[in-house]
Design a protein around this ligand. Structure first.
Ligand SMILES: *[C@@H]1O[C@H](CO)[C@@H](O)[C@H](O)[C@H]1NC(C)=O
Ligand SMILES: *[C@@H]1O[C@H](CO)[C@@H](O)[C@H](O)[C@H]1NC(C)=O
Ligand SMILES: *[C@@H]1O[C@H](CO)[C@@H](O)[C@H](O)[C@H]1NC(C)=O
Length: 541
């Protein structure tokens, strides 16, 4: 009842009323109107971003009904103080409660992605030439913005081009396989859903022998959007990984005859865009034998395990090579207890007559602690691994922005608000600028007086993680040090990201001794979702 009452047009839809029924109706309508008014103040904030003005004139949107794409999704509310703004500067941010509770210094910026051809290439650090961030204001507990927001000028909206994702059709030729347990599969479901949900790829999961009803468990995952086939395998874990060779072969013969590539993955292998993966695989002739993957970034890992495709990054094998592996399966499987990806590599080396093709944008992520430097490197990243073991990063939160700006916008970098302050006494200047790594961080750089402009080369990877840099120069180099003289770095890390209507609100936070600081970036997504396969389907551009 209360739920419905927010649509004031509901009584209007009723047939002509008899006088007798009018009184209860008026009473009902008054109650409904009361709740609507109560509700409105809070909701208005969110609605402002997503409701076109015509929705406000008693036309409740019909769920599921496609809107004309030409409608701008943001409109002025006639009653707001800052009329004429595309977005209301005074609208409250949809804060998670833990952010709501704490006093903070807060600011916000709006980005509007324009989806262009999937083939568009961008620089690894793109410039934004218009001012982005308003000054921070102190905000007390709660979502109410301080009064000065009511009189603020219209906030700028930063228009940026983002590449739409490729069509998912091509992913139908991919068959993924992993060895894990049902428990872990459930825990990792969100990241698996981001990687594979809405694609047309198949996934085979080999689990240890169990009394559980596997078809029920399969239904559990399928009903949540993950197209999996779960099979039990009596083999030990490492052998089970190699056991995928047989499982792939059988599944291709019986279920997915059109498969051209199989991929061995771990349950925590995270793909930023499966359609991009499929598109890149088109560069290879899938009727030939191919073994494609990535070495560990750490040279000591490669020294230990060999020149193999490391499993966590994702290993791609064309069907003709899989056929060879099937014929020698028993022999390779009998080789012992080595890790599955190593056994696979050794089996291919011995019998496959196929060299490893390195795909450097697949990341095994063999590093611990602060991995900021890799995520912020601006390098192309197609897969990520170890994000909930060797280090902790919520890759699903990171990717939330795909719902408005598409998968290929994740981890893209923009530099903005470059400013220079001249010290008249010395004639030297202090320069500041900000770098957004979408979904990961915003870093404010300050170059102190006397620091050369080119002190940081943003094509180099900042070495933030713990291990000895020498092991990583080959894969991630050139590296640059974390601390550089004359440079102050203030890093805001993504704390949360939420989807509100077509928009994504990211919250980047930073702790300072005297201040909790929050930057909200609002991505104003196109109507019906901006991310291919995330939030409503393929983006047209
Ligand atoms: C395999 O591809 C063919 C030709 O494109 C198509 O007609 C067929 O439906 C596909 N089979 C499956 C099981 O998807
Ligand atoms: C520095 O010089 C500029 C131009 O001469 C002047 O506008 C500015 O106020 C001066 N700043 C300070 C801090 O003296
Ligand atoms: C806001 O920032 C100022 C300047 O850094 C600081 O003094 C103040 O305590 C901060 N307030 C909050 C609520 O974080």
């Amino acid at each position: 009842m209360i739920q419905k009452s927010i649509y004031p047009n509901i009584p209007v839809r009723m047939p002509l009323v008899r006088l007798k029924t009018l009184f209860p109706l008026v009473a009902l309508f008054s109650i409904a109107f009361f709740f609507w008014c109560v509700d409105r103040y809070d909701r208005a904030a969110l609605m402002r971003f997503k409701r076109p003005i015509d929705h406000m004139s008693n036309q409740a949107p019909v769920p599921g009904q496609a809107q004309a794409p030409s409608h701008p999704q943001i409109q002025v509310q006639p009653q707001t103080l800052s009329s004429g703004c595309e977005v209301d500067p005074a609208s409250a941010p949809p804060l998670p409660f833990n952010e709501w509770l704490v006093a903070k210094n807060y600011t916000r910026a709006y980005f509007r992605p324009h989806h262009v051809s999937p083939k568009t290439e961008f620089g690894s650090l793109e410039d934004v030439n218009t001012p982005v961030l308003a000054p921070f204001v102190e905000m007390d507990r709660g979502t109410r913005l301080p009064p000065q927001y009511n009189t603020m000028p219209c906030p700028p909206i930063i228009d940026v081009d983002v590449a739409a994702d490729y069509d998912v059709e091509e992913t139908s030729k991919l068959l993924f396989g992993l060895a894990t347990t049902v428990d872990r599969l459930e825990r990792l479901l969100p990241s698996l859903l981001y990687s594979f949900g809405d694609s047309k790829a198949g996934i085979i999961v080999l689990v240890p022998p169990t009394d559980d009803d596997l078809s029920q468990q399969e239904m559990y995952f399928r009903s949540r959007g993950l197209d999996v086939t779960i099979q039990s395998s009596p083999l030990e874990f490492t052998a089970r990984y190699f056991g995928l060779v047989e499982a792939f072969d059988e599944h291709i013969r019986t279920v997915r005859p059109n498969t051209t590539w199989v991929s061995f993955i771990d349950d925590d292998t995270f793909f930023l865009s499966l359609p991009s993966i499929a598109e890149q695989l088109k560069l290879f002739d899938a009727t030939k034998k191919h073994y494609i993957g990535s070495l560990s970034e750490a040279s000591w890992q490669v020294d230990t395990f060999g020149h193999i495709a490391f499993g966590g990054a994702g290993v791609f094998v064309s069907v003709p090579l899989l056929e060879v592996l099937t014929t020698v399966y028993d022999e390779c499987q009998s080789w012992g207890e080595q890790p599955g990806d190593q056994k696979l590599g050794q089996c291919i080396e011995r019998f496959g007559n196929t060299p490893l093709t390195i795909w450097p944008s697949l990341y095994q992520m063999d590093m611990q602690g602060e991995v900021d430097g890799v995520y912020e490197s601006g390098r192309r990243i197609d897969s990520l691994h170890h994000w909930n073991s060797w280090y902790t990063k919520d890759v699903v939160k990171m990717s939330t922005v795909a719902a408005a700006a598409g998968r290929k916008s994740v981890l893209r970098r923009w530099v903005f608000d470059q400013e220079e302050f001249i010290n008249n006494a010395t004639g030297q200047s202090i320069r500041t600028f900000w770098v957004l790594t979408n979904g990961y961080s915003i870093v404010k750089y300050t170059y102190l007086e006397g620091t050369p402009d080119d002190v940081i080369n943003f094509d180099h990877t900042e070495k933030t993680w713990e291990e000895d840099p020498r092991g990583y120069e080959d894969s991630l180099g050139p590296l640059r040090p974390k601390d550089q003289e004359g440079v102050i770095k203030e890093r805001y890390l993504l704390k949360d990201a939420v989807v509100v209507g077509d928009n994504v609100h990211q919250f980047y936070t930073r702790e300072e001794p005297d201040s909790h600081r929050v930057i909200e970036i609002v991505w104003l997504g196109p109507r019906n979702g901006g991310g291919a396969g995330v939030g409503g389907g393929q983006t047209k551009y």
